[in-house]
Design a binder for this molecule. Sequence first.
Ligand code: GAR
Length: 192
Amino acid sequence: MSKPIRLAILGSGNGTNAQQISEYFAGRDDVQVVCIIYNVKDAYIAQRAHNLGIEARYFGRKDFYENNAVLDYLHEKQADWVILAGFLWLVPQAMLDAYPQRVINIHPALLPKYGGKGMYGHHVHEAVVAAGETESGITIHIVDENYDRGTILEQAHCSVTPDDTPDTLAAKIHLLEKEYFPRVIDRTIHAR
Ligand code: GAR
């Protein structure tokens, strides 16, 4: 049997997507989540990693952008793909060079709308509701050097009704993320 494909997950916050991806691949012998990396101290994603029995490590800004500590760690863990699951910083160029077309992100809107710097998490849902949109959704895409711009792998839609608030929209989006993100990762990493 060939070696398992090794995934590193990067996150910044709650970690629901990281958990869903990890649970989806648990028990599979062809794919392994080898580590969860986070950049916000005390983020709940660390607790989730602990509960899942997955190695988690915090790295700060210097480790990402100056001393290559994150990249060294990814190499040490022999990660084949990097999965951004609620990771809120621009991916360093050195990481993109080391993982060309092998960094995948999820964005909680229908890109190119509601993307770009500062458009993350709740800010996206607030903007969508404030604009009176009648639909939103998720975009799963390959990461390049610009925020939210790389090749789109999948989009899924949901309705936005007049009584939706940013919170109720976030709940709809989380359902889509759960349904699509692990499956799109699975499909993409096996297509190379
Ligand atoms: C998710 O909704 C994800 O789509 C979004 O952050 C949330 C993280 O939640 N990502 C972005 O906004 C990226 N620009 P989680 O930590 O519970 O998975």
